[in-house]
Design a binder for this molecule. Sequence first.
Ligand code: ZN
Length: 393
Amino acid sequence: MLTHKRKLILNQAQQSRIDGWIGVCRLVYNMGLEIRIASWKSRQKFVSKFELINQLPELRKIEWIADAPADSLQAVIERLDKSYQKFFKGGGFPKWAGRRKYNSMLFKRATLESNKIKLPKIGLLKMFKDSEIPGNIKTVTIKKELTGYFAYIVTDAVKEISRPIGENQAVGIDMGISSFCVTSDGHVVENPRHFKKYERKLRIEGRSLSRKKKGSSRWKKQARKLGLLHHKIGNVRKDFLHKESTKLAAKYSTVYLEDLKVGNMSRKAKPQQDESGAFIPNGQSAKSGLNRSILDAGWGMYREMLEYKITVETVNPKHTSQECFICGHISPDNRKSQSVFECTNCGHSDHADSNASKVIKGRGTAHSRERKSLDYALAVEPSFGYVSNPRRR
Ligand SMILES: [Zn+2]
């Protein structure tokens, strides 16, 4: 399934009707939540999704509620149910649907007509021109965002099947701090220069907001300004990541990355101490100074985009920055500085991130070779008619 985001061009009447429908969805969501809470409190009985859906026709006797498409209201109950499923798996309890947070609705039936989308009841909505959307439409979510109304069109098209893996079609990348990333073939992707400008703007506008009285009209105005800036930065970042991931996908079929959990994506340098126990510089200040807020969200997103385009495999991140790519010697002393790698065993020297990206690729390809030979052994074994594992004889 693929999702395409398209900006809508709505007239005033269409806007207010969509707004009204989203309002109905919010109401249905909160009512469902309320029914579940009340029933649990009074009788310890959990009201099922179907019981809630069965109450919808009664609710739709009210004219302005009935105006919203029935499918969309059913989808609201399913949405509520999903947040309950998350809660049962240890997430937070479902929240009330507030005006600010709850600003979308789902349509289960829709068709495309050139650059228009046809939805139940409201008919054709104009979209900004963009590339064609392949596949059959599964669902469409209309979302009201800061900069307008958007359609998220989900289709049944599948992404292209990745090409076969050859070693020179694979690449290792080390996600950098001072640069965006370094690839094992020696390519350095710099952070876009304008990120720095936005970083400064964010600080200035954020400070300005904190000086205003919370809730005042000046505060609200500034909050909106800051919101728009975040939004703009998000778009710029997404654009950059799209371009970079597309470039990489055009050259390779497999990419190896360190298996960093999303929470660790913004890597912190560990405090380093010398023999006397005093802390020595570890490059942390340089790291934290650089585009933190802008890039933090970037790496996870970059990986997701790559996953859409090519095969992404992760390797164990342990000591990738301290291991020599040539001789395999691991030592913190190999790292002369943030950027210089010089092996104390064999003397191999390289840019530190470049060495790390080669180590990452080495780990990735070794792992896939191992796996292939294992697959081969498993596939071949039965035809020989004996069991190769001596312990099982
Ligand atoms: Zn070495």
